[in-house]
Design a protein around this ligand. Structure first.
Ligand code: FAD
Length: 365
């Protein structure tokens, strides 16, 4: 189910649920259009969108789910319905952040935006020894960043890439990545504060085709490795949180494991908290802790490490960055009022919990 139809006049795209972001970006970019997609292009649009959908365009255009204007859905009682602001509005609310709890979406309709022909995007790498200076500087730079700029800090191990000196390969390193989706000339000035946070080891920011940037990280995320994601929203990146991140960089369990500190706000933060099931709108950052091992060897230790980092940062999580089915973590992904409303919707739409192989919101009936 990979059908895609772009309507460039209405600025809409309809995509069937089997599409990945690579599929969708390829079609929308034929018209110079895009909607917020994932950082790795093999990610499916369906789980990504129903869980929220954090990506490089979010500060300018919102989450993927904020751009969803309608969805075709097979419900638990076997009906085929269209959910939108006008039809089944409660279901439409739940599909934007409530995950796969309320039905099987067969196609999504999104609003799309002009993102063309290139985005100023890339990464700049700093030494791990400068972590404190870089993280503090990053926090300050984010406070002044325009909406066109979405950035993250990647605390990782330097891969053997040609633009990194051999002397750093295999050592802890900090990357600051970003995507500027506005006027290219203004992008140099907007990204400059993020590209001068410490001693620059390499700066590979450049004007990239949007699809090129959307696929730039793909080689780092091959299939068949063992993965475990955890996350924590940060209302603000206070000093204690930055200290946890610095300590965690120093204890990364292996070279595949990394931590992303992603800047939210902008258009994401302007959506009212009760407008969609993705309700943690007042959080300035999200931390994604990505524990990975090439085989089962060492995986249990990496998972324990990720759990430790997450719990040191705080309870609020994001369902799409939660690598285990754990009712307490699902509950922590939503403010209490939102969770209550999700349970009411579940009672109404799926009282037998047919859709339970997910980040589950069990019915209370
Ligand atoms: C390498 C990698 C990079 C990622 N990067 C990002 C990122 O940048 N931003 C971000 O927000 N998330 C990211 N994620 C998390 C991603 O959003 C979730 O893993 C999401 O569930 C993937 O969607 P999928 O359709 O591929 O999932 P699947 O594994 O196919 O499904 C996962 C869940 O999604 C729901 N679901 C799937 N299809 C449907 C459907 N048709 N109807 C209703 N519910 C459905 C179900 O609950 C299902 O259990 C990343 C994940 C990976 C592995």
């Amino acid at each position: 189910m990979k059908g895609i139809q772009v309507d460039p006049e209405r600025l809409r795209v309809t995509a069937q649920a089997g599409c990945t972001w690579k599929d969708l970006d390829a079609e929308t970019q034929q018209f110079g259009l895009a909607v917020t997609g994932g950082l790795v292009s093999s990610t499916g649009i369906a789980g990504f969108t129903t869980g929220g959908g954090i990506g490089w365009l979010m500060r300018k255009y919102g989450l993927a789910s904020d751009n969803m204007v309608g969805a075709d859905v097979v419900t638990a009682d076997g009906q085929f319905v269209h959910a939108s602001a006008d039809e089944h509005p409660d279901l439409f609310w739940g599909l934007r952040g409530g995950g796969g709890n309320f039905g099987v979406v067969t196609s999504f309709e999104y609003q799309v935006h002009e993102v063309w022909p290139t985005v100023l995007s890339g990464l700049v790498f700093y030494p791990a020894e400068e972590a404190e200076q870089v993280l503090r500087g990053y926090r300050a730079a984010c406070a002044a960043a325009p909406d066109e700029l979405t950035t993250l800090v990647d605390m990782t191990t330097a891969p053997p890439l040609p633009f990194l000196p051999e002397s750093v390969h295999g050592k802890p390193i900090i990357g600051v990545g970003g995507c500027w989706s506005g006027d290219l000339d203004a992008g140099e000035a907007a990204t400059a504060p993020f590209r001068s946070l410490g001693t620059v080891i390499a700066d590979v920011f450049a004007a990239n085709p949007y699809t090129g940037w959307q696929q730039a990280l793909d080689p780092l995320y091959p299939r068949r490795v063992h993965n475990y994601f955890r996350s924590a929203f940060l209302r603000t990146a206070d000093d204690a949180s930055l200290r946890v991140l610095m300590d965690s960089l120093a204890t990364l369990p292996n070279a595949l494991t990394e931590i992303h500190l992603q800047h939210l706000g902008g258009a994401v933060g302007r959506v009212p908290a009760d407008a969609t099931a993705f309700a943690l709108r007042d959080q300035e950052f999200i931390v994604n802790i990505i524990a990975r091992t090439p085989t089962a060897e060492g995986f249990a230790g990496a998972v324990e490490w990720a759990r430790g980092v997450a719990s040191a940062l705080g309870p609020a999580t994001y369902v799409n960055f939660t690598g285990e089915a754990n009712p307490a973590l699902v509950r922590a992904s939503y403010p209490p009022d939102t969770y209550r409303r999700l349970v009411e919707l579940k009672n109404e739409d799926d009282p037998t919990n047919l859709f339970r192989l997910n980040q589950n919101i069990p019915p209370s009936v």
